[in-house]
Structures are given as C-alpha cells and as structure tokens.
Ligand binder design. Structure first.
Ligand SMILES: CCCCCCCCCC/C=C\CCCC(=O)SCCNC(=O)CCNC(=O)[C@H](O)C(C)(C)COP(=O)(O)OP(=O)(O)OC[C@H]1O[C@@H](n2cnc3c(N)ncnc32)[C@H](O)[C@@H]1OP(=O)(O)O
Ligand SMILES: Cc1cc2nc3c(=O)[nH]c(=O)nc-3n(C[C@H](O)[C@H](O)[C@H](O)COP(=O)(O)OP(=O)(O)OC[C@H]3O[C@@H](n4cnc5c(N)ncnc54)[C@H](O)[C@@H]3O)c2cc1C
Length: 676
C-alpha cells in the first residue's frame, strides 16, 4: 500500500529508517520538485515520463552494465537508444530539450550512447551556423536520424588552442571545393563522441585557407562514411580511440583526411562565407564560429548540478539506512547521517546541487536571449556570456567532482563498489572539467574580462562596467553578517573585487618591470584564476538568493532558506582567508560563520532525505532497481540495500562457476609446485 503524506509516498515495505525520515520532513517534495525544475508542469512531466518508461521492458538494461565488456556496452546502449527512439514521439514533446535529456538519462544512464552527440553537438552547430539552404539540405535528415553526426574539433595535438588546429580546408578556385587535409599525425581529430564507429557525418572544424591565407577555424559539414555500407569514404581514416574513464557506451573517435574534397556549399555559412571567386565574407563577430561552445557551456551548470544530485541521492538515502556506532542511546546504533561529519560531507553538496540547478536555468535563459539577438545580427551580448559561462563551467564541474567524491566516501566501502553507481557518475561528471574547454583555460578567459573591467574601473569609468561586474567599483563598507544574505553578498563582493584588483595590479607591475604581456600574464595566472573562481562563486550565490526570494510557498521557502544559509556560510568560510587578510572580516565574524554553518546542518538534518527525494530521480535513473533485475543497489528508494547487494554480488559473472580458469591454469599449478 502507498500512503501519500505531503507527497512523500510512504510505501509499505520500505525500510523503516527511510520511512521515518520521510515522515519527519517539513515540506511537500512535489512542490519542491516544481521549484527545482521550474514549474508544476515540468516536474509532473518528469514523473509521467519516468512512469511511462518503467512500463516498457525493452527500455530497461538487459544486463547489469558494469559487468559488460566495451563492445557489449556499445551494443546495449545502441539497442536501448534505438528502441527509445521508436517510443519517443509518444512519450515526450519532441521539441522539448529538457524532456529529451531526462528520458535519455532514465534509459541510457551515464554510460553514453552513439546518438548522444548527434542531438547535443551535431544538430546545434548546424542550426546556429548553417544557412536556411543548409538547414533545408541537412537539418531535416539529421532530425529524422537518416544521418548520424558528431562534432569534430579537437585534434591529437590541439584542443584548448583552437587557433592552432592543423586540419586544413583549402579553397580550390578551379573546382570550387574545399580540400580537407590532415598534414601530420598531431592533426588527427581525436576525442569527438560517436565519431569512432557510429557517425556517417561530422561537423568538422578546420582552418580555412584561401589563396594561402589562413582565416582561422571554420565549420564544415562532411560526410565521412558511405550511407549504404557504412564504410569510411575514400580519403578518410576513422576509428575508436579506446576505453576511457567513463562514457564507455560511446565511441569517441579519431579522424584523418587525405586531400578529401567537399563542395563549397559545405562551409556552414549563416554568418560567414567564401564566394565563388574566393572572396571571404567576414562574420559579424570574430569568434562567431565559437558560438556553439557558449551554448554547450551555458547548459553545464544545470547538467552538473543534477549529476551531483544523483550521487547525493544515493549517499543520503544510504546514510539514513546505514547504522554504525553509538551516540547517546547505547541500545541502538545510529544512522550514520546523524554524525556531524557525515552531514558536513553531504549537506553543503546538496546546497551546491540546488545552487547549480538554479544558476543553470538563468544561464540557459541568457543563452536563449543571445541566440535570438544573434539571429537578428546583434552580437553585443557574446563577450559577457562567454566570460560568464567560461567561469561557471569551470567552477561547477570542479565542485561537482568534489561533491560526488564526498558522496562516494560517505558510503564507506560500498561507495567504492560499482553497485553504488557513484563511480560511473563521477567519471562522467569530471569529464566536464576537460571537455568544452579545459577548466584553467576557461578561467583564464574569464580573467581577461575581469582584468579589462578592473582597468575600466581604475580609469574612472565605472559607468562602463556591465551589471555583472559593477561591484568592482563599489566602495568598501564593512558589513554586519547578522543582517542576512545581502551582507554575505557584500562580503563576497569585497573578496572578489580585491582579488581581481590585486591580480590586475600584479599583472600591470610585471609589465611595467619590462616583462612581456604574455609572460606577465603567465606569471600572474594562478592569481587570475583565483579571481575568476571568486567572481563565479559570487554569481552563483546571487542566483541562489534570487531564486529563494522568488518563492511564495512558505514551507518550501523555509527549507530552501536553511539550505541557502548553509551555502552562504560554507562558501564564505571557504574563502574567509581573503577577507581576514585585509581585516575586512574579523575573527569574531569568522566564529559567527562557523556557528551558523553548524546550526544549518542541524536544521537541514530532518529534511535531508526529502531534499534529495525532491529531485525525483527514479530507481531506474540511479541504476538502483530495474524491473525484475537487481543491479546497482545503494540508492534504492525503498532503502533495502543489504539483500540487494548480496543479489548483486551473486549476479557477478565470476560467480557463475565455482572454479575459475585462473585457478586451474595458474594458482593450482603454483600450489602443486610449491608442495614438491
Ligand atoms: C544524465 C545523462 C548522462 C549523459 C551525460 C552526457 C554528458 C554530456 C555529453 C557531452 C560530452 C562531451 C561533449 C564535449 C564536446 C567538446 O569538448 S567539443 C570541443 C570543445 N573545445 C573547446 O572548448 C576548446 C576551448 N578553447 C577555446 O574555446 C578557445 O581556443 C579559447 C576561447 C580558449 C581561445 O580562443 P582564441 O581564438 O585563441 O581567443 P583569445 O585570443 O584567447 O581571445 C580573443 C578574444 O576572443 C574572445 N572570445 C573567445 N571565445 C569567445 C566566444 N566563444 N565568444 C565571445 N568571445 C570570445 C575572448 O574573450 C577574447 O576577448 P578579448 O580580446 O579579451 O576582448
Ligand atoms: C569525455 C570527453 C568528450 C569529448 N568530446 C569531444 C567532442 O565531442 N568533440 C571534440 O571536438 N572534442 C571533444 N573532447 C575534447 C575536449 O574538448 C578537449 O580535450 C578539451 O578541450 C581540452 O583540450 P586538450 O585535450 O587539448 O587539453 P590541453 O590543452 O592539452 O590541456 C593539458 C593541460 O594544459 C593546460 N593548458 C593548456 N593551455 C593552457 C593555457 N593557455 N594556459 C594555461 N594552461 C593551459 C591545461 O590547463 C591542462 O592542465 C572531449 C573530451 C573528453 C574528455
């Protein structure tokens, strides 16, 4: 029987320790899900989709994924994604990217699949950079999945420095074609997801050469495999790059061109062009060809927030059923969730998950505004959003990695087992520190923007600063943290401003002492990245406060205020040394922050399970219970962990036979030999 109590679904037969947690929570998890996902409709649609998927047996994993070989993983992920595509039009709104993301995460999990990049990295640049005529030619086919594509930019020798990509696309005036060529091994495309074995098309980024002049990286639509035989076309070398830390259900690949010709019309030319006579038509912004990367980065805060939320759901539920050691009552061991250290490990990460998701919705909206403006020829918002998303991408991926790792350790030994599913989530999430721009490189992009802004403020032109950096010109007025969130923001602004100014001044001093600009930049790089992180963390705090301010439901607002206070104190404590250094923060204030932090942990404790339940991840999504199959088991909603861990172990292929060949072939002879 299921009893609904503030929508927390207390189910008969659930582990009583979890039931107790759900009963004591002070808010409605459905209402919280509406805040997390943006509206009642969006939250409800997620539940409906999860429910519909759970009723379709062919969408379930046919075997436990960690027990599969790489080939089996790719076969299984391809089986599931093609089966899913058959059902999709019935299950989701096909124009809704969030619904598509959600359903893929239910069915595929974190292992990746050969069509993931088709939708997230092949179609979007075609939409953004392709002309109407090019949309006519390829977009319908791509959307109907008549063709499969990927995004091939990174090379063996270059990923971060796009300007130095070595693959060339040389315009031939005589044939009006581009000749794609890979001049060296280093110039092989390397890493693109789904390139290795699955795609028959690629958006290829290559340096455009016209009459021996290099116009820098441009995007080209390239067919790489025959549509019938799926064999590589003559002049193309393509293959898989081998197993990775994660994403092993996907085929990241390499690609080389041997003077491979494509028509002039294959340069994606919505914003730039090469005329028949070789005349180059410039785009409205120098970095227009990088616009697709801003799009992907703008989605990463929400994405990474949900990755961390999944690991935390597993760890918090497990911590509520795991009993070990004693506190006051010596007759019953305590839930490990009652230890302050466990709470300190998990609750700030829950707060960050919420913060990243809220911040993510804002950045996605900002990107959509940019996209609309770009479509009408206005590129003035690009620089701001490039700077912002560069910082956010770097901070959230790093902190998500930290949070997931804490979740793993919080599960003790069982966290280390693949039965927890946390290692798979971790491998996928920390890929984000590297892909879409290596974190240090992207922090330094934001630093360029901050340095320029500080210079404007120094030149007495604070009016020229955009709203995101206006605080760089604010006067330093001491704050009383007791007055609430605004004081925390002011304290953080001071810290961030001071670090940006210090790094800029150091950079200037270096140059004044005769060091070249690039060398001076490098000698200040650590300080500059610190400034970027602080600026970004400030921005995330502000978005959290804005979101909580906008909530009307009192019970939700109260618990989110607790979570926000935890976030404010945890973040400020983490960077307090910057404010102690110049006396802006007193040691008394430091003590206040710590006490607030500990009291926030206590306030959140009764709501912890419901705060993670509110993400409403299904057991399928957490790979915690699939139909009749018992796979990864730690985050199960019903909390029945131990018997399912035992079932999991029994299903290991190693246990299908009592005596393994490793014993008969090697250990037995060794032991026999030792007896002689
Ligand atoms: C639950 C479900 C589970 C499923 C999980 C699925 C998860 C997701 C799957 C996806 C997985 C992987 C996808 C990964 C895809 C990729 O990685 S694609 C490759 C991405 N590559 C990169 O990001 C490369 C990074 N490098 C760059 O972007 C550029 O090289 C860099 C910006 C660093 C430098 O470019 P330069 O051309 O050299 O520019 P600079 O000289 O440094 O700067 C000049 C000015 O240009 C401004 N600029 C730079 N970029 C932009 C931009 N995009 N927009 C606007 N302006 C830009 C820069 O600020 C400088 O301005 P200034 O001179 O200071 O005013
Ligand atoms: C899971 C995954 C999926 C991917 N998918 C795709 C894809 O679909 N398509 C695609 O084209 N690519 C893809 N990539 C490639 C990815 O975009 C690149 O790996 C990434 O941009 C980093 O570039 P790099 O490998 O050249 O790193 P490098 O730049 O070589 O980084 C190595 C080190 O050098 C440092 N460094 C480099 N330059 C600077 C600098 N200027 N200042 C300071 N430090 C610097 C970095 O901080 C880092 O510590 C994927 C990568 C991964 C891991």
């Amino acid at each position: 029987m299921t009893m609904v109590f503030l929508n927390k679904e207390i189910r008969d037969g659930d582990n009583p320790d979890l039931t107790e947690e759900r009963k004591t929570a002070t808010f409605d998890t459905n209402k919280m899900a509406e805040v997390i996902y943006g509206s009642e409709k969006l939250a409800r649609r997620r539940r409906e989709i999860s429910q519909a998927v759970s009723l379709i047996p062919e969408l379930a994993d046919s075997k436990p994924l960690p027990f599969l070989s790489r080939n089996e993983k790719i076969l299984e992920s391809t089986r599931k994604v093609t089966a899913l595509n058959e059902h999709l039009p019935r299950l989701i709104n096909m124009n809704d990217e969030d619904e598509a993301w959600h359903i893929h995460s239910e069915v595929i999990g974190f292992e990746g699949n050969p069509l993931a990049l088709h939708h997230s990295l092949f179609i979007p640049p075609l939409v953004i950079q392709g002309s109407d005529e090019q949309h006519e030619k390829w977009l319908g086919r791509a959307k109907r999945r008549e063709i499969i594509g990927c995004y091939a930019q990174t090379e063996l020798g270059h990923g971060s420095n796009i300007r130095k990509l070595e693959t060339t696309a040389t315009y031939s005036l005589s044939t009006q074609e581009f000749i794609l060529h890979t001049p060296t091994i280093n110039a092989l495309k390397w890493w693109p997801g789904a390139l290795g074995k699955s795609s028959n098309h690629a958006v290829v980024v290559a340096s455009l050469i016209i009459k021996e002049q290099n116009y820098g990286p441009h995007l080209f639509m390239v067919q790489i495999r025959d549509e019938q035989s799926h064999e590589p076309l003559p002049g193309i070398a393509v293959g898989d790059i081998g197993p990775k830390m994660a994403f092993n259900g996907a085929d990241n690949g390499f690609l080389g061109f041997n003077n491979f010709r494509i028509p002039r019309g294959n340069l994606l030319n919505r914003h730039c062009n090469v005329e028949v006579d070789g005349t180059y038509v410039r785009p409205p912004h120098d970095k227009m060809n990088y616009a697709g990367m801003i799009r992907v980065r703008s989605r990463m805060a929400a994405e990474q927030g949900t990755f961390m939320a999944q690991a935390l759901t597993i760890a918090v539920r497990y911590s509520a059923v795991r009993r070990q050691g004693f506190l006051e009552n010596k007759s019953q061991e305590v839930k490990v969730l009652d230890y302050q250290t466990q709470q300190h490990r998990l609750f700030p990460a829950i707060a960050r998950s919420y913060a990243f998701i809220f911040c993510g919705f804002e950045t996605i909206q900002k990107y959509e505004t940019l996209q609309n403006e770009m479509n009408s020829g206005n590129v003035s918002l690009m620089a701001d959003l490039h700077a912002l998303t560069s910082g956010i991408k770097s901070v959230v991926t790093y902190q998500t990695g930290e949070g997931i790792e804490q979740a793993r350790m919080a599960c003790g030994g069982h966290g280390y087992s693949m039965a927890s599913y946390i290692s798979e989530i971790y491998g996928c999430a920390i890929g984000g520190c590297t892909y879409e721009g290596e974190n240090m490189v992207m922090l330094l992009q934001l630093a360029r923007y901050l340095v320029k802004s500080v210079e404007l403020a120094m030149r007495g032109k604070p009016g020229d600063l955009g709203p995101m950096v206006a605080y760089l010109a604010y006067p330093d007025i001491k704050v009383d943290l007791v007055t609430g969130p605004e004081a925390y923001v002011k304290m953080f602004q001071h810290i961030s401003k001071r670090q940006s100014i210090k790094a800029t001044e150091k950079f200037h001093r270096k140059m004044e002492s005769g060091v070249s600009r690039d060398e001076a930049w490098n000698q200040c790089a650590v300080e500059l990245t610190r400034a970027s992180r602080l600026h970004t963390r400030l921005y995330i705090i502000e978005t959290f406060i804005r979101r909580v301010d906008s909530i009307e439901d009192l019970s939700i607002k109260m618990v989110l205020t607790d979570l926000m206070n935890l976030h404010l104190n945890y973040e400020l404590l983490d960077v307090a040394s910057y404010a102690l250094e110049d006396g802006f923060m007193s040691s008394t204030q430091m003590g206040f922050i710590k006490n607030q932090l500990y009291s926030s942990l206590e306030k959140i404790r009764p709501n912890a399970v419901s705060l993670v339940d509110s993400f409403q991840f299904s057991d399928l999504q957490l790979r915690s219970n699939l139909l009749n199959f018992l796979f990864q088991v730690l985050g199960r909603r019903d909390g029945h962990v131990y018997q399912n861990l035992f079932e999991w172990a029994k299903s290991s292929p190693l246990n299908q036979t009592e005596v393994l060949p490793s014993v008969t072939q090697y250990l037995k002879p060794m032991m026999e030999k030792a007896k002689l």
